[in-house]
Design a protein around this ligand. Sequence first.
Ligand SMILES: NC(=O)c1ccc[n+]([C@@H]2O[C@H](COP(=O)([O-])OP(=O)(O)OC[C@H]3O[C@@H](n4cnc5c(N)ncnc54)[C@H](O)[C@@H]3O)[C@@H](O)[C@H]2O)c1
Length: 316
Amino acid sequence: MSRVLVTGADGYIGRAVSARLEERLQAGELESLTLLDLGFQNEGAVFADERVLRISGDMGDAAVLARATSPAPSVVFHLAGIISRQAEDDFALGLQVNVIGTIALFERLRLLGRRPVVVCSSSIGVYGTPLPEAIDDRTPPAPTLSYGAEKLMMEILLAEYSRRGWLDGRTVRLPTVVARPTSANGALSSFASDLIRELAQGRHYTCPIGPEGSMWLLSLPACVASLLRAADVAADRLPAGRAWNLPALRAGAGEIVEALRRRFGAAVADRVRYQPVPGMRAQLAQWPPLSTGIADGLGFRHDGDLDTLIDNALGH
Ligand SMILES: NC(=O)c1ccc[n+]([C@@H]2O[C@H](COP(=O)([O-])OP(=O)(O)OC[C@H]3O[C@@H](n4cnc5c(N)ncnc54)[C@H](O)[C@@H]3O)[C@@H](O)[C@H]2O)c1
């Protein structure tokens, strides 16, 4: 039975991971669950279960980290971070949280001396422009965003702490996870979520990429399943570097609209207008064919097909 810590527990992915872990706690599969974030939307809510500890604070703060790691966790899902748009707009903040905050967490875990399993959420943003014609497990990351550079630093650090025997790290590179709620500081790729959500809810949507613009997508439930699976992979099956790409569905904006039309009726197609924003395509809408041999061999799966992805993304 494990003592689990989730950082970024009140974020889009963190909330979904935490909910799943609370179910496991109730099922007697976990010993305790600690949720850490800067703050929580439902701050006043009281957990009936005293094995769930919720901590509001900055993971870069030593006192906050000390509380969050007492008792020492045996499994950590490190999901706290500054995501792509904000990391690009505010370099100092991205560096502070994504790199310096991550080092603070790893150091705290190292000094506790318990060698926990640490699952980190990296991003396909470690690949930069010009994107290669195809990407597989051997494609070298070469980020051209601050966010991608910070994520790659995290991957390298986690591999190093693991090589030293201090942590048992696993980094999964997430594709665009859908369908996240609208957010001012959202991901640069959040148009994928907006496209699905707005059209599904009967609204009009102006798409900032053309119908041919291709994305790598994973629904939130499939993302949660992948993160939980990453914690369970036997250490001797992990690849060198302990980081790998997750399987994702590759789809064009036009194909997504077509799938939404199948699901919600012909009028969907009339509510979308394509107005490509210059410069977006190279990093965000030109994702090439993806092969994920390592992840496939370890049992990771994407949603299967676009119709299922849309159902999963919308929680149907
Ligand atoms: N959503 C995606 O499509 C996607 C894709 C690739 C990678 N990721 C990565 O997955 C992780 C979760 O992403 P998300 O979409 O849920 O992002 P999110 O912004 O919704 O959640 C991140 C959470 O981290 C918290 N946080 C930020 N700074 C903190 C600090 N100093 N101390 C404690 N908590 C802090 C925020 O308050 C927020 O709740 C991030 O690391 C992100 O980079 C997400």
